[in-house]
Design a protein around this ligand. Structure first.
Ligand SMILES: C[S@@+](CC[C@H](N)C(=O)[O-])C[C@H]1O[C@@H](n2cnc3c(N)ncnc32)[C@H](O)[C@@H]1O
Length: 238
């Protein structure tokens, strides 16, 4: 699939599954994603007043967690209007409209100035973009010197027999659950397809280094089915 087709496909997938996205996340990950998000926030050590940008924010769970943790400003960016509408409803319900701004835009080309944010995050989004190096370069560009680029994403378990069992679930059963529960087989087939071409734990850490991020840390989660990567932009801005 070429870059343009991938982008259009991904956009169509999320426009279509938006109303059921949160429910299906809980079901398909056996609620593990909530533990991964809590682990991530602990490792980030967000400080009061810090400003964050959450790319591919979708229904905004991470954007909201960032705003709550800092008490400061958080910006969420996503290209799916339907996903953002659900996120905006959550933000409004929590009374966080003064802190959180949602922007419809493309993670490949960020509408923000250089050195603007203390944290730039991307949750389960990097696997979906047409060019992950371009997105990492953009994340590094808009984070402040000394700030952090953080990616929480599905990854590739390596040890048997867990690996075999997991891939049977992920590739065969998961799309069927999408079909049975929310009538979206093709959309949930995208999940294993998108992981196939995505780098594993060490390879993604190397990509972080290649864009110039420093002190890169990579944490496998739940036997390696997900991973957290954190990199720091040099204090010299390089
Ligand atoms: C799997 S969801 C993740 C949502 C949220 N970050 C979370 O942790 O639940 C992926 C999101 O990335 C968005 N997305 C994918 N490619 C994008 C791009 N190039 N620019 C902006 N958003 C994109 C989709 O619209 C979708 O909302």
């Amino acid at each position: 699939m070429d870059a343009e087709s991938k982008q259009q496909h991904v956009h169509a997938v999320f426009e279509s599954i938006a109303p059921k996205y949160d429910f299906m996340n809980d079901v398909l990950s056996f609620r593990r994603h909530k533990a991964w998000r809590r682990f991530t926030m602990r490792k980030m050590e967000v400080q009061p007043g810090q400003k964050s940008l959450d790319l591919c924010c979708g229904t905004c769970d991470w954007t909201i967690a960032l705003a709550k943790a800092s008490g400061g400003e958080a910006v969420g960016l996503d290209f799916s209007r339907n996903m953002l509408n659900i996120g905006q409803a959550k933000v409004d319900k929590l009374g966080l409209g003064g802190q959180i701004k949602l922007v419809q835009g493309n993670a490949m080309e960020l509408p923000f100035a250089d050195n603007s944010f203390d944290y730039v995050t991307i949750g389960f989004g990097l696997r979906n973009v047409p060019d992950l190096m371009q997105v990492l370069r953009e994340m590094k560009r808009v984070v402040k010197p000394g700030g952090k680029v953080v990616c929480l994403e599905l990854s590739k378990p390596s040890w048997q027999p867990f690996k075999g069992l997991y891939y049977f679930y992920f590739e065969k059963l998961l799309p069927l659950l999408g079909k049975w529960l929310v009538k979206r087989y093709e959309q949930y087939r995208w999940l294993p397809e998108s992981l196939a071409a995505f780098p594993d734990l060490q390879d993604l850490a190397e990509r972080f280094r290649q864009v110039g991020l420093r002190n890169v840390r990579a944490y496998p989660l739940t036997g390696g089915i997900a991973a957290l990567h954190i990199g720091t932009k040099g204090n010299d801005g390089a």
